[in-house]
Design a protein around this ligand. Sequence first.
Ligand code: 8YV
Length: 320
Amino acid sequence: MSGLVLQVGPLKHSLEATLAGTFAADRLPDGDARAEYLSAHGDRITAVVTSGRTGVDAALMAALPNLGAIVHFGVGYDTTDVDRAAELGIGVSNTPDVLTDCVADTAVGLLLDTMRGFTAADRFVRAGRWPVEGNVPLSRKVSGSSVGIVGLGRIGSAIADRLTAFGCRIVYHNRNEITGSPYHYAASPTELAASVDVLIVAAAGGSGTRHLVDRDVLEALGPRGFLINVARGSVVDEAALVDLLQQGALAGAGLDVFADEPQVPEELLQLDNVVLLPHLASGTVETRAAMEELTLRNLENYLRTGNLVTPVLTPGKDVR
Ligand code: 8YV
C-alpha cells in the first residue's frame, strides 16, 4: 500500500526509531511548521501512530483526508476523537491486555503506600526525624478492608483479583452489572463510595466518564476513605478532591494520573497523606516492550491488510 505513516506526539525512543527507519515515517512538526507540513503532505498520510498523551483530534483528521488508521501506543485513546473517526471510517487501535498486570500492580502499590503511609514514613526517616520524634503515627490496615472499584474492566478485574488475595471485600460500579461476577455491584459511584474504605478508579477516560467521581462521590467516601486513581485524571473532579483533602474530609489519596499532566496541583505537594506518581503505571521495561511490539503489529498489519490487530474501531476504508 502506498502512503505515508505519521508520528503524532512523542513516543518511546525505540518505537520512534523503528517508525522512522523501517516505516520511513514522518513526525508531525510542532508550532508554525505544522500547518505548512500538513498542507504540503497531509493528503499522503494513511496511518498515524500516537499515544494516549497526544491523540488525533477532529481538526487534524480534517487535514489528513486519506487517513485510514490511528494506531495508539497505550490502552487509553481518549485524546483521539473516536466519534469523528467513526464518522470518517478511520480505524483506531490501542494496546489492551499487555499492560493490565503492571497497571493493576501499581494500583495495589499505591493503595498499600497511601493507606500505610510508606512514602511519608520514608520522608520522615530521611529528614532525620525518627531519633528525634520517635514513631510515626499509626496507619490503616489494608488486608480485610473494603475496596470499591470504579470500572471493572480488564484492569479493574486484575486489581480485584490481587486484592482478593489480601482478603479484601470487593464492590464495583460499572455502567451495567456484570452477570456472573463474584463481586458485589453498586448501582452508582456514590453508593459504591459510601460502602467502602478505599475507592479505586480504573474506568476508561473520555467524555462519558468525565467527573464520574465528583464531589458527591468523594463526600460519600468520607474522612476515613482513601481514593486511588490509575485511570485518567479527567474521571475525578480534581478541584473537589484537592479541596476535600485540604479540609481533612478524605483520609488520603494515591494518584498516578492528573487532570492536566504533567501539572500537579500545588496544594497536593504540601499534603503528607497523598502519594503522587508521574503516570508511571505501565512503565516497566517488559510492559513497554510489549506495548511497542503490539503497536508495531497493528501498524504493520494495517499497512499490509487494511485491518488492525487490536481495533477499538474497525477501519471502514478500503486502503489497498
Ligand atoms: C501510558 C496509559 O503511559 O496505556 C495508557 O493508556 O496511560 C499508559 O500506559 C501512555 O499511554 C503512554 O503514552
